[in-house]
Design a protein around this ligand. Sequence first.
Ligand SMILES: O=c1ccn([C@H]2C[C@H](O)[C@@H](COP(=O)(O)O)O2)c(=O)[nH]1
Ligand SMILES: [Zn+2]
Length: 159
Amino acid sequence: MKKRMNYISWDDYFLGIAELSAARSKDPNTQVGACIVSEENKILSVGYNGMPAGCNDDEMPWGREGDFLDTKYPFVCHAELNAILNSNHDLKGSRIYVSLFPCNECAKAIIQSGIKEVIYTCDKYADTDGTKASKMMFKMAGVKTRQIKQEHFVKILPM
Ligand SMILES: O=c1ccn([C@H]2C[C@H](O)[C@@H](COP(=O)(O)O)O2)c(=O)[nH]1
Ligand SMILES: [Zn+2]
């Protein structure tokens, strides 16, 4: 008997894990997941966007509008940063799979931690200055970026 042939690719596998991680997010508007992988295709870390440890996410604001301190923005820890901080490994030469293209703050953390490739699905904030800054920095720092359209991998998130 021959081996099974319709197994999923490494990219689909790790993006699927990033999507599954996103399903843990309490953010009512945008759930983001990240999965960091070594050159040997070993998972080094995962993360999703959420409130910092010790900050009760039932008491924190989750809105997008109003006074800055009444929104989630100053508080929520981004998926990529959580994945980087959750890791006990050297991330040099690794790649990160993310469900949303990284913001400029995450881009800085990705570059500084030595991650060499960003594979992403959604780029819904492509027109924002933050995303433009991320793309500028990735280009200058030699971090490759590659988009994989969602229809190309198994969608795990509940609809
Ligand atoms: O690089 C990023 C950018 C954003 N996030 C998180 C932060 C927030 O929880 C949401 C964005 O919320 P919107 O309502 O779409 O503004 O995504 C992240 O984890 N990583
Ligand atoms: Zn970010």
